[in-house]
Design a protein around this ligand. Structure first.
Ligand code: UDP
Length: 309
């Protein structure tokens, strides 16, 4: 297959490039490098089936030749990024998704949208299943990401219904692994780097809020299965093992053998109090569930961060 990956130079996008190249496909990696980096794809430069195109997908997307599948992953995705880049985030989720869908119609390509657990906002249903509509503050700082992705889901379903293209929506829960940006402000790089540097781990709020963390290779396997399935409804992909942020901080201290302390800082506005995916749909229709235990994924990630710290 000839596969276009928007946001292909990002953390998850670059792992998708690797996976499709390793399976013998042709990959066009499109990115404007706003939050992605050429370092993430440097190892693919000499690969004949790989091509990088520097393009902002909020502008018309033109690709020569056939395209069999489009995976639309372009977007800032960490809270500090999208809060710093609110308009770009809204534009890539709306205009960027519209352009990517237009290309899918033209090429009669399959289309997969990277959506997010943020569509559930600060959820009132726990764990979150796909049938839950969410509790999102549209005008809060996170609204720029949450509403952009909710619009992206709506326009994807509209293109599916009107233009009859084969669309898929993956709702990605917290994912971690090699190539996360060191300074993306998320809890995984923050805690690992703080622990490795002997600095205090910054726990926001009282640390009782929860998250569920999935190792990147598991996420990529789920996405590939979804792309090859006949499902058009959204699917949660994530690891259902839930931790409070306090438990997670202690686990990082243990795995890094660090004597760092914890400091408590202000909880960001609208920070969801709980988050855990219900993955019954992925299990039933994709025969997918995560295989890498969180500790094992973290060990690999810590090893990678050690080289960068
Ligand atoms: N968090 C924290 N300390 C940090 C960074 C994040 O306690 O240095 C908390 C944050 O408040 C949230 C959770 O960790 O409750 C996950 O935050 P992250 O930014 O990784 O992503 P989110 O799940 O909020 O999108």
């Amino acid at each position: 297959m000839e596969i276009l990956i928007t946001g292909g130079a990002g953390f998850i996008g670059s792992h998708l490039c690797d996976r499709f190249i390793s399976k013998g496909h042709y990959v066009i990696c499109m990115d404007n490098l706003l939050t992605g980096s050429l370092k993430n794809i440097a190892h693919l430069k000499k690969e004949k089936r790989f091509r990088f195109v520097n393009h902002d997908v909020t502008k018309y997307i033109s690709v020569d030749g056939t395209v069999d599948a489009i995976l639309h992953f372009a977007s800032p995705a960490s809270p500090i990024d999208y809060i710093k880049l609110p308009i770009q985030t809204l534009k890539v989720g709306s205009l960027g998704t519209h352009n990517a869908l237009g290309l899918a119609v033209k090429k009669r390509a399959r289309f997969l949208l990277a959506s997010t657990s943020e569509v559930y906002g600060d959820p009132l249903v726990h764990p979150q299943k796909e049938s839950y509509w969410g509790n999102v503050n549209p005008i809060g700082p996170r609204g720029v990401y949450d509403e952009a992705k909710r619009f992206a889901e709506a326009i994807t379903m509209a293109y599916h219904r009107v233009h009859k293209i084969d669309t898929k929506i993956v709702r990605i829960f917290n994912t971690f692994g090699e190539r996360m940006r060191l300074d993306d402000g998320r809890v995984v790089p923050n805690f690992i780097l703080q622990a490795l540097r002997g600095k205090s781990l910054t726990v926001y709020g009282n640390g009782r809020q929860t998250r569920s963390f999935c190792y990147v290779s598991d996420l990529v396997s789920g996405i590939v299965k979804l792309l090859n399935s006949s499902l058009n409804e959204p699917v949660n992909i994530g690891n259902p093992k839930e931790y409070s942020i306090l438990q997670f901080a202690r686990m990082i201290l243990k795995l890094t053998n660090s004597k760092s302390r914890l400091v408590f800082e202000k909880l960001p506005v609208d920070d969801p109090k709980v988050r855990q995916p219900n993955i019954a749909r992925a299990k039933k229709f994709l025969k997918w569930s995560p295989e890498i235990p969180v500790e094992k994924g973290l060990e690999r990630t810590i090893k990678w961060f050690k080289k960068k710290a």
